[in-house]
Design a protein around this ligand. Structure first.
Ligand SMILES: [Zn+2]
Length: 219
């Protein structure tokens, strides 16, 4: 049986595509949920198929935060992981009118300031700088949403969980983007399964259950 989270996320992806991502209308975008270390993962292939996986940890999230997270993932697909990928995804979502939700999500997870990654070559936008990119109407919509959810943005420490991971495939090759690092996996058959596991600051990339790369101290 499909979980409540999967059901809700599928409906959100469908409506987001309809009104904010018309350019992805011909894409086949699947949505799933599972236990994982990051909040979300996104996979896409140059053949026009994509999959967004959400962590079961987000099941209890308020809807605006979920919309913000999913928007960021869909924007990875629309920007094709182009470097700086995380900044591009946040910027793309904001330009499509979804900045209110991305800002809500960052407030919700306690990311008040920008989070630099990959030696400052890329960054996730924090709540403060997202606000600066919103129009007056968007700002009042955001404040309304924060009030509705009794969410007061503060400087408490952000969680150390990786935000999200992106995997792209093209012409029989695959690459992984994790916390701003771009890892080329070389030739990987379309049929093989790519999995990313993070524990205690160590991230491992597995292809068909075999560890192919180990990364230390991300973020
Ligand atoms: Zn991302």
């Amino acid at each position: 049986m499909m979980s409540k989270l999967a059901h809700k996320s599928r409906a959100l992806v469908r409506s987001l595509r309809r009104w904010a991502y018309p350019d992805l209308q011909s894409w086949n975008i699947e949505v799933g949920t599972r236990m994982m270390s990051a909040l979300a993962e996104v996979y896409w292939s140059s053949t026009g198929t994509a999959k967004i996986m959400l962590s079961k940890a987000v099941a209890g999230w308020p809807e605006p935060a979920l919309i913000g997270l999913i928007s960021h993932e869909i924007s990875h697909i629309s920007t094709r992981g182009e470097h700086p990928a995380e900044l591009n995804a946040d910027t793309d979502a904001t330009q499509r009118g979804l900045g209110v939700y991305v800002a809500f999500e960052r407030a919700f997870i306690g990311r008040f300031r920008d989070q630099s990654i990959r030696g400052k070559q890329d960054r996730y936008l924090g709540y403060v700088s997202l606000r600066k990119r919103l129009s007056a109407a968007e700002l009042s919509a955001l404040d309304q949403l924060l009030g509705d959810h009794s969410l007061v943005p503060d400087r408490r420490a952000a969680s150390s969980v990786p935000h999200d991971i992106a995997v792209s495939r093209s012409a029989g090759r695959a690459s992984v983007l994790v916390e701003g690092r771009h890892i080329d996996l070389g030739r990987v058959p379309e049929s093989s399964d790519i999995k990313i596991v993070t524990r205690d600051g160590v991230t491992q990339i597995l292809v068909d259950e075999i560890v192919v790369t180990t990364l230390h101290e991300l973020g």
